[in-house]
Design a binder for this molecule. Sequence first.
Ligand code: GP9
Ligand code: MN
Length: 694
Amino acid sequence: MKLKKKASKLKSKFIKFLTHIKEDKVISNYFKNNIIFVTYIIICLVNSTLLRIFCIPTLENVLSFHAVLADISLLILIGSFGYLMKPQNRWKYYLTLSVIFTFICIVNSIYYTFYTSFASVSMLSLTKYIGDVGDAVVENVFSVKDLVYIIPFIILIVVIKKNYDKSVVEIKKDRKKKFFNTLIVGIVSLVIFLSTLTSLDYTRFVKQWNKEYVVMRFGIYIYQINDVVTSLQPKINSMFGYEDAKEEFDEYFSDVSDTGAVNEYTNIFKSKNVIVIHGESMMSNAIGLSFNGQEVTPTLNNLASSGMYFSNFYSQVSVGTSSDTELTYNTSLMPTKSGTAFVSYYDREYISIPKLLKEQGYYTFSMHANKANFWNRRAMHNSLGYDKFFSKEDYVVKDEDVIGLGLSDKSFFNQSISKIKKIANTKENWYGLLIMLTNHTPFSEIDKYGEFDVTLKETIINEETGEEEEIVYPYMEGTKLGNYFKSIHYADQALGEFIDKLDAEGLLDNTVFILYGDHDARLSKSEYNRLYNYDKETDSVLDEDDPNYDEYDYYDYELGRRVPFIIWTKDMEGSSLNKEYTNVMGMIDVMPTLGNMFGFYNKYALGHDIFTIKENNIVVFPNGNWVTNDIYYNSQKEEYLSLTDKPVEESTIQKNSEYATKLLDVSNNIIVFDLLNENKTQEEIEKIEEELNN
Ligand code: GP9
Ligand code: MN
């Protein structure tokens, strides 16, 4: 009876409360009195939703209840502090917050287009290179969608202009009350949000590894704040980092042999001279491709068909692009997890190809016609052990020889010949790395690349006249990928001329010629969709319902990022070495593979000699994805694509993913904690820790 009475009392109280809200227009009054605060919340919510629409556009991601609740909680919590200010000044606070949050969305929007990942403050050290590749960023990456975020922001400015009132007077007590009420609402929504999280969400949040997932569950703003904290963490918290890292390192290498395995390729190139070409943005998909009977890359095609062509080869770059490839190629280590090794860790000890060849008496040099401090190469090539680094200052750069980022490849190669000749005349054995430059995004200087036709031409018989007629379909003409083909055609031509000249000078007689593509061309999926699904009738991409339509999806794109790796000598054609090697291989495997052929060995290489590991190889990418001969694994989405008919075991996925995580950890620790520097004194260890702390 008592209970019933209580219940009806409560009910009437509740009804009274609702009537009060309705009749006194509590909600509409709240909106009216707090219009700037409410608008700030709404525009920040709209922007974070827009970002998910543009970057991770599945329904689940866009309408993510978790992300919205996380955003609301954070925005209210931070926003509540505005009520501690005088009402006349409050708008400044919300405007500042909105500037910061809008900026976060714009930066992430641009960053995602470029790297298919969300931004990290640890990348700030790279901004000094933006000026040099700025055009590339503006032409290829910055798009109208990145400006859309400004619209909600403008709405806020309009609302502020209309509603801010200088004359409002509010007593301190009221201010505090408003602050506490808002804070409590923020805390309640945060608690609700936290109660929806699973333990998996927490671990992913702490690791901040799977960025897409973190943004989907925690929203972009909490992601970014967490990113700042995790980026600073190694610096704040590295006092005991060294010991742990060293222990893991010792354990990892405890059962690695002190000498390399012997196989049929051991020492086959011992004491030969070496020319290595770093092929800027050279991708394997150009090899063998033709337009109207014209090969895009005749030189590469020729090298591939008359040499050792590793056709299932990947670069493993992170944000350090060219420099990451140089690191991995030279040392068989992976790019660092934050920052880039070339910029942040140039002063560490590295075991590198030039250093090991030097032990055999080689003279080693590198050549690149860009500024010596680009990617901090001057310092880092020294750390990698090159005897000499030829850079822009060693070349004559006439205006008419400049294409894109700097001296054209043709001129670069031409001028390099005499330098190499000089070295060859004075040194017994020599090894040189030449870094190309012209085939660099945005591939827009088509006038300077020379003629290369990327249209589709067909000959038909005119029914009326009976004569042959040529029809031209635009196909790749005027597209970014089309321009890329023109650009790589130029680079290929430069390479061809270089090889001819080397030969004419007798510089190929006792030389192994090696070429790798440094990374893909960083073009969007839609460009490839046009290449592979062109509808000449409509001059656009085939309709999705068309039986011939074969969508170029995420996996096609990732697998299509393969780059060439070729080992070639003048007399290789027709020999037993001259074939295509199809086992999956990464840049990290180059040092051990070449080491076996040239007779050097690095116990601390993290890759494998491809002729020892053969079909059991795994290529790990800096984002945790990996690929084997059988499977491509997407660590962000925890999905895979089977590449063969073999069934995929869950245990294989788990084993390989653990291998990938371990490899990335050990590699990162080797660089960050300078673990290859065996003679490090306690003082030096303390210096590193102090450096990480600052
Ligand atoms: C710059 C060149 C290009 O010198 O190597 O660097 P990337 O933008 O490809 O990292
Ligand atoms: Mn590059």
